[in-house]
Each structure stands twice: as structure tokens, then as C-alpha cells.
Write a protein that binds this ligand. Sequence first.
Ligand code: AP5
Ligand code: ZN
Length: 210
Amino acid sequence: MNLIFLGAPGAGKGTQAEKVCDLLKIPAISTGNILREAVKNGTEMGQKAKSYMDAGNLVPDDVIIGIVKERLAQSDCENGFVLDGVPRTVAQAEALDEAGVRIDRVVNIQVEDDAIVRRMSGRRVCSDCGASYHTDYKPSKIDGVCDKCGGKLVIRKDDQESIVKDRLQVYHDLTEPLIAYYEKKGVLKTVIGQERVEDTSELVRRALGV
Ligand code: AP5
Ligand code: ZN
């Protein structure tokens, strides 16, 4: 199945994508994770992306479209994939269509803005593998240490409250129009992401029929 997970920053796209990908044995493609890796490695793309990301703005469409096309061409995407955090603008969605990328379902995870701001303050991410945790809702077994790779857990620069508010504004202005875009194509399913992680997972599975 070829899937897109849509939603505001912190709606739980990454959390839910990981579960669906484990279940369906397909890769999750997170442009956010790919960009953070590029920033960490100091590549040319990373250097270009860093200032946009730190400020909570979107990285230019041409950079994102290049990343996604390259990733989708890899052999592990043949049996399906989850696009997590991409597309994020109508131009990105149109570029996927133009590239002939078939999308079976778009899961729109809906969470109110004030719940997002509260949630982001507890997020911790692994500085090595990018795995995501939450101090209250998904704590690591050892405080500050990644369960998966032993890496150090850190607070993302763009999770500061003022930047989260800017990211939410960017979401409403540029990404929310994708709800109507995919609704029109008849592939959209909206799930409430406000409750516990497991409750949302159940709704996502039902929406996908898996
Ligand atoms: P990206 O990494 O994609 O960030 P985002 O969309 O803002 O989404 P997040 O990763 O913040 O949230 P999420 O929805 O995955 O939530 P998560 O599962 O982690 O992008 C970062 C930046 O890169 C962008 O700002 C932009 O600059 C750039 N970028 C990336 N893609 C781009 C694109 N396509 N175009 C242009 N620029 C792009 O959950 C959040 C926290 O809440 C976690 O701690 C989690 O444990 C917890 N949590 C999850 N679900 C629940 C729940 N139900 N209850 C309680 N806690 C929960
Ligand atoms: Zn890790």
C-alpha cells in the first residue's frame, strides 16, 4: 500500500507511521528525518535546509521533491511506503502526481493546536537514529538514552514553544489545503489523533483496513 500521513507538526505522523510500517513491512519515508540527517552530516543540502528548519519554515519544494523522488526509486519501496510529512504543499502533491506516484490512501491525523503545543514540549529525539520519544507518553527505558541504538536523546531545536506556534501557522497556511486536495481524489481518511497513542493506532488501522 502506498500511503501518505498528513497532519500538523506533532500530530503523531511519525509515531503512527512507525507502527503501520512494522505491521505492513514497508518503509517510512520522513522528509524531516532525512533533512535532519543531512544537517547533522553537514551535506550541501543540509546546510541549505538548516536555517529554514530552525525557524520552523518549509524547506523549498524543489529540494523536497528531489529527496522524495530519489528515495522512492529505491527497491524497498516496491511493495509500498508511508510518506510521513510529505507532501506538505500543493506544489509537492502535484509533483508526486506528475511523477506518476500512485497514492492509495491519505491518513489525516487531526489534533487541536493547543494539544500540539503541550505535546511538543515533552518530545525527545535520538541524536543518532532519529527515533522519537515523549517524557510522559512514550518514555525511553533509560532516561535520556535511545532504546533502539543507545544514542543520546535531545530536544529538537524547532520544538521551542514560539517556533511550534510558527510551524502551526505554516501548517494552516500551506499544508491544510492538501486535505481538500486528497478529499477530491477520494483517498482521504481523517482520524482523531487527540487521544492516547494506542487509540489513534486503532483508528489508523481501521481507516486502512489492516
Ligand atoms: P518534520 O520532522 O516532518 O516535522 P513535523 O511535520 O513538524 O512533524 P513532527 O515530526 O514534529 O511531528 P509528528 O506528526 O511526526 O509527531 P510525532 O509522532 O513525532 O519536519 C521538520 C522540518 O523539516 C519542517 O519544519 C520543515 O522545515 C522541514 N520539512 C520536512 N518535510 C518537509 C516538506 N515536505 N516540505 C518542506 N519542508 C519540510 O509525535 C510528536 C510527539 O508527541 C512525540 O514526542 C510523540 O511521542 C508524542 N505523541 C504522539 N502521539 C501522541 C498521542 N496520541 N498522545 C500523546 N503524545 C503523543
Ligand atoms: Zn537511536
